[in-house]
Design a protein around this ligand. Sequence first.
Ligand code: NDP
Ligand code: GDR
Length: 370
Amino acid sequence: MKVALVTGITGQDGAYLAELLLSKGYEVHGLKRRSSLFNTDRIDHLYQDPHETNVRFKLHYGDLNDSTNLIRIIQEVQPDEIYNLGAMSHVKVSFDTPEYTANADGIGTLRLLEAIRILGLEKKTRIYQASTSELYGLVQQVPQSETTPFYPRSPYAVAKMYAYWITVNYREAYGMFACNGILFNHESPLRGETFVTRKITRGVARIALGLQNKVFLGNIDAKRDWGHAQDYVEAMWRILQQDEPEDFVIATGVTTTVRDFVKMAFAEVGIEVDFTGEGVNEKGHVVSCANPDAKVQPGDVVLEIDPRYFRPTEVELLIGDPTKAKTKLGWVPKHDLASLVKDMMTADVELFRRDAYLLKGGHKVYNYHE
Ligand code: NDP
Ligand code: GDR
């Protein structure tokens, strides 16, 4: 039985990857941070009581900022594969917490690589590094491929750039099977609530259920190459099954503005939305509404721009070229943007239907959404 260790197992990708690895017969170990509230919502369905026999899913308290902890866990687990998905992954928040981000996202990767080396596991343990299209930052060329130069535009991207190169360096210096997956944005119903797609699908679902009137966003001109997280974790696994360690771009090759994502999300719940005005004065308003639950009518403003969501430096355009992944990994995504939006909208309408019932029954509901 193969043994995998996943950092960031409580996150979006960690949850889908753990599911995939378990389905392939792996024993899966995950690094979980201590928190004052339960933080395992996304993996609760995989939980196995440690008192039972033949447990194939095990969590360990840990943190990428703690070398001794990482060394001990890797020594105990003796993993065949490590997937380093743990990170402070929010680009905007990285401007608020740049030092923490550098430590966890940059040096955290070094700590894992060194742990493998210190334990003499260079020839046994393969490692996947969660690299990102944010490395491309300020547009140098499109579409972006494995050979496009990097120009990071946030403390997050700069930290991830260190992680990218230290992974390449340990591969070249010590012959380790260490690979970067340069993944473009990927989303799902499990996406963190403050990333733009989930913020939109949550807001639109609440508007459709009459729980909210409006959403506030930042730069809706930004263009992203959005895929489905379920497809992207499959690529991560394939990257570590190759004969030789290499880096791969994982993307759909299609780019869309945030504005168009908003329109698609509203269309899923029978509301047609269009935009007028410019810059911070641009507004999204209802053109037609075929949804009896939504308390909106033609002309109502359902989206406004709030500059607080602007970033000091922005990444305006991402579009990836997945040719290498398709050719060498045989990677074929099952979702396109339309099915991604549908999947996310269906899940969020279902989620907030519960709030609507609670409200109807006289209970209080809260919606923290910063
Ligand atoms: P999430 O934000 O959903 O999950 C991040 C995970 O990292 C969580 O489990 C989080 O724990 C954990 N984590 C945060 N800080 C630390 C730390 N100091 N030590 C250990 N674990 C930590 O991210 P995604 O699942 O979306 O992304 C997975 C990885 O892929 C990240 O590294 C991200 O930067 C990268 N990436 C993501 C892309 C995307 O579009 N989703 C695209 C390209 C790269 P907790 O739950 O306790 O907060
Ligand atoms: P990104 O994702 O920064 O690309 O990083 P995010 O969804 O946060 O932003 C995408 C684009 O939307 C614009 N935007 C807003 N973003 C947020 N979060 N909230 C808003 O209100 C809003 N309004 C407009 C942003 O300015 C941006 O242009 C994600 C993360 O998962 C990273 O960890 C990963 O490395 C990259 O994708 C690839």
